[in-house]
Design a protein around this ligand. Sequence first.
Ligand SMILES: [Zn+2]
Length: 95
Amino acid sequence: MTVPDYDFRCEDCERRLLLHWRSVADYATATPRCPHCGSDALTRLIGRVGVSGGERDYASMSSADMLSVLEGEDPGEVQAMQRQVHESGDNNRLD
Ligand SMILES: [Zn+2]
């Protein structure tokens, strides 16, 4: 399973933070705190900064996985998927 990394901004010291958890279950129960000032007034920024294992291979995804990306909250990931699928389609064209 991919371990999630999340990008936050601390409302108290205004630093940008990249926090990660060992598992999704940890994230669901943990209260993220700023490692600099200890505040829990963190705002999660849009989008993921890092995904373990590198870029996903959208062109070989199942349609169910594609649907989950399309229904997700990350417009950058949707664009990356559409670009990859489009490019692979061009490469496979015979004429
Ligand atoms: Zn802080």
